[in-house]
Design a protein around this ligand. Structure first.
Ligand SMILES: Nc1ncnc2c1ncn2[C@@H]1O[C@H](COP(=O)(O)OP(=O)(O)OP(=O)(O)O)[C@@H](O)[C@H]1O
Ligand SMILES: [Mg+2]
Length: 802
């Protein structure tokens, strides 16, 4: 039988790109003439044929060497002739065969074949291999989606190991050569082994491939998504641009143009360049881009090298200062001197002017005048209540909504590098945990440092050396380091005559303009102005006066409109009709000479004022009681006064026992205004002696002076303000420390003319001037008195007699 099989001669179907395995059913397209002939021959005789793979699929007419020598014998299941002459056949492989001999004729190829016996061993190795192969195949089919789940389950059902191996071999994606090798392998174990490695290889390749594919896909998706979003954004931006002309790239272009036009410092130019680069790389809609854009806009908004021409005509400057302010001769002189020095240098030189004085004396408006006189722009920045260093120096850009400090903000407004910069109310600067603003101000005001002022927001140094700084304050309560860099010009306040002039020359015309009323329509007599000053205001400056004039102006406008009259003339007689009852009694001095009532002179933030001091004796044990919201220093000066009086009691006619029976109550009325300082010492002693010695004090005498425990009188501050207030209050005589006589030269002559100014260096001199009569010293035998005291204690009945 073997012999018989051995000698089978069958037609050969040469195959390209496929190896047919036993038990495999595959459709084939046959087009080559020889092959079709072979098929026809087989069909005629219902014969078997040999499927033999071509070594090189490109060869059309293969010769013996072009074909492998092992193939699969099989049969045709179906044959279909297609209209184009080709044939579609469904074939089934049956058995591996070895080609013994090949005959190639004109018609077709035929072969002498012998079947190849498989070496089957039913060993455990085989079943293990089979199992492994199946599971690998399973994995493989999962990744390779060309294999359907049907195929997988049918493969799993195959019981014959060899058939299983062949089926799987036919389905792996390997080269024809490799498939042929598997076909030629008759040893099942080896074949399974080989399939397994191939599967594994393929599997890992597939996995890598899958990974790559996924990555590529992701990337594709990402780029596609980005592309899509970018396009969308462009569309949105375009819409916006059409709307309000603001948008990404246009914006950047605009900034670039501005950068080119601006004379930035080298440091700023570099910084701006970097920021612009950053901005270009950002999506224009991002929050970060907004921050950077804001920053660039800030830098470009502040002035760089843009100066205003400075007027150097000193005469004209002087005229302007005179035009704007009446009086203030010394102040204006000092300002002109200062301007003269500035004219000689391009940078602002020398100490900074600091105008110190009570409210409403024209400090702020002088600052404005300086700007007008020099042709500089004017900036006013109030420092009142600034506690945070960042307000001056700005916040770092890391804060949300951060901005430059107020200095830089103000410069942005005036657009020039050389304005007059008025730092108002420098004495109201606060300090707390947020940093010390005065430290930042120091940098601003110091001419040595301010050419490189560093704002936290800007990050680059900015040159402030062209700026003319002027400061104002109500008191000398200025941080010492700052005070050191400033030259203080004091403005004490105005006399009544000055106020009248200021009102007539400046305030009245201003009030007319404010109320749109002409000189013809509204006039006010000099005595009405005086009454205004005396009865409706009590101030060192003229702000209240200005306010009252404005209110009069308003009323005039109203009256003219309602009564249809032509004009209104305000006089001292009819002023009450417009402004109501008098607010202040002119001259607060007492009408009679009283015991224990003394007029002191005080100096407060609002200028000088008179201070009524009252002392009374109340039953008690020699304590001192003080009321009237007094400061520590003033309380101490009352204690000192009391001790002084005790120590010298008998020389003022006071019997010492009174200190054991009475308390002294000292009261300073008008508790709303805080009072402090030692300069009421002389007045306190006078009040206490007056009440204890029962001698009245002259009502038209006012006094000021600090005193020592030994009765010396020490100098005081604010003399001019105090004298002004004395005149305002109708005082005739003032007692001042003799050491203050130097300052008298600064007091206006018309003030000095109205006052009888007495210089004293001891309390006794002061008492002589203030009391209506000199106290008489008494004899006092202390020992006798003490002995008497003892007797009283031993004899209780004597109490009644006392
Ligand atoms: N000598 C003067 N001549 C003309 N007008 C004056 C004079 N002094 C003050 N004024 C006017 O008085 C008003 C108040 O002055 P200003 O506001 O400058 O006071 P100030 O000293 O700054 O007070 P404050 O300490 O309260 O800030 C302004 O309208 C100012 O023009
Ligand atoms: Mg002011």
């Amino acid at each position: 039988m073997l012999e018989e099989i051995k000698n089978v001669n069958v037609p050969v179907l040469p195959l390209r790109n496929i190896v047919v395995f036993p038990n495999m059913v595959v459709p084939l397209f046959v087009g080559r003439e020889k092959s079709i002939n072979a098929l026809e021959k087989v069909m005629d005789k219902d014969q078997e044929l040999l499927f033999l793979a071509q070594k090189n699929s490109e060869i059309d007419d293969p010769v013996i060497n072009d074909l492998y020598s092992v193939g699969t014998k099989g049969k045709i299941l179906q044959l279909l002739k297609l209209p184009d002459g080709t044939v579609k056949v469904l074939v089934e492989g049956i058995q591996r065969c070895k080609v013994e001999d090949l005959t190639i004729t004109e018609n077709f190829i035929s072969a002498q074949i012998t079947p190849l016996e498989e070496k089957l061993s039913k060993s455990k190795t085989i079943s293990a291999l089979v199992r492994l192969t199946i599971s690998k195949y399973e994995d493989y089919s999962k990744i390779n989606n060309k294999i359907s789940s049907d195929v997988l389950s049918s493969v799993k059902d195959i019981e014959d190991e060899s058939k299983l191996a062949d089926t799987i071999a036919s389905q792996i994606n390997i080269s024809i050569k490799e498939k042929q090798e598997l076909l030629e392998e008759v040893n099942l174990e080896k074949r399974l082994n080989s399939i397994l490695t191939k599967l594994e290889n393929e599997l890992s390749v597939l996995q890598v491939e899958k990974k790559i594919r996924r990555r590529v896909k992701n990337q594709m998706e990402k780029t596609q998504k980005e592309y899509y979003l970018n396009e969308q954004m462009k569309a949105i931006q375009k819409e916006l641009e059409d709307g309000d002309g603001e948008g990404g790239s246009g914006d950047i272009q605009e900034i670039e143009e501005r950068i080119n036009k601006t004379k930035l410092s080298k440091e700023a130019a570099e910084k701006v360049d970097n920021e612009l680069k950053k901005l270009k790389q950002m999506s224009s809609m991002s929050a970060e881009a907004t921050v950077v854009r804001n920053y660039l806009e800030w830098i470009l908004d502040i002035p760089w090298g843009k100066k205003k021409r400075i007027k150097k005509d000193l005469k004209r400057s002087q005229e302007i200062l005179d035009e704007d302010h009446y009086g203030l001769e010394k102040v204006k002189d000092r300002i002109t001197e200062y301007l003269a020095v500035q004219n000689r240098s391009s940078k602002v030189k020398g100490p900074i002017l600091c105008l110190v004085g009570p409210p409403g004396v024209g400090k702020t408006s002088l600052g404005k005048s300086i700007a007008r006189a020099t042709g500089r722009e004017f900036i006013r920045m109030s420092l009142g209540g600034i506690r945070d260093e960042a307000e001056i120096r700005g916040h770092r850009r890391t804060y949300i909504g951060s901005m430059p400090g107020r200095i830089v903000q103000s410069l942005k407004k005036v657009k020039t590098t050389n304005p007059v910069f008025l730092l108002d109310e420098i004495d109201k600067l606060g300090t707390d945990f947020r940093g010390d603003p005065s430290a930042a101000l120091l940098e601003v005001l110091d001419p040595e440092q301010n050419n490189a002022f560093n704002d936290h927001y800007l990050e680059v140094d900015y040159d402030l050396s062209q700026v003319m700084f002027v400061t104002t304050a109500n008191t000398m309560n200025i941080p010492p380091a700052l005070a050191d860099r400033m030259e203080v010009i004091r403005i004490a306040g105005y006399t009544e005559e000055e106020k009248i002039e200021i009102a007539k020359r400046h305030l009245l015309p201003k009030a007319r303009i404010n109320n749109a009323i002409t000189e013809k329509e509204w006039s006010i007599s000099d005595d009405a102005i005086q009454s205004l000053i005396r009865n409706y205001t009590r101030e060192a400056g003229v702000r209240g006066l200005e306010r009252e004039l404005n209110s009069l102006g308003r009323k005039a406008v109203k009256e003219i409109a309602i009564k249809q009259s032509d004009s209104l003339n305000v006089t001292s007689d009819n002023i009450v009709d417009y402004l109501g009852i008098k607010k202040f009694r002119y001259g607060k001095k007492e009408n009679d000479d009283l015991i224990g009532v003394v007029t002191g002179l005080a100096w407060t933030e609002v200028g000088g004022d008179i201070l009524n001091i009252e002392a009374v004796l109340v039953p008690g044990k020699g304590k001192i009681i003080t009321t009237g919201k007094l400061g520590e220093v003033m309380k101490e000066s009352i204690d000192a006064a009391s001790s002084f009086v005790r120590s010298r009691a008998i020389s003022y006619g006071i019997e010492p026992p009174v200190f054991q029976r009475k308390d002294i109550h000292v009261h300073v009325p008008e508790g709303a205004t805080p009072k402090d300082g030692p300069s009421a010492g002389v007045a306190m002693v006078t009040a206490i002696i007056s009440v204890m010695a029962e001698i009245p004090v002259k009502n038209d005498v006012a006094m000021t002076g600090e005193m020592t425990l030994r009765g010396r009188v020490l100098p005081i501050g604010g003399l001019k303000e105090k004298l002004l207030s004395a005149v305002r209050s109708g005082i005739k005589t003032v007692i001042i420390p003799s050491e203050n006589d130097r300052e008298l030269s600064e007091v206006p002559k018309n003030i000095k003319d109205k006052l009888d100014i007495k210089l004293v260096s001891t309390i006794d001199e002061a008492l002589e001037l203030a009391l209506t009569k000199k106290p008489d010293a008494i004899e006092w035998d202390e020992k006798a008195w003490l002995a008497e005291q003892k007797n009283i204690k031993n004899d209780p009945s004597s109490f009644t007699s006392h």
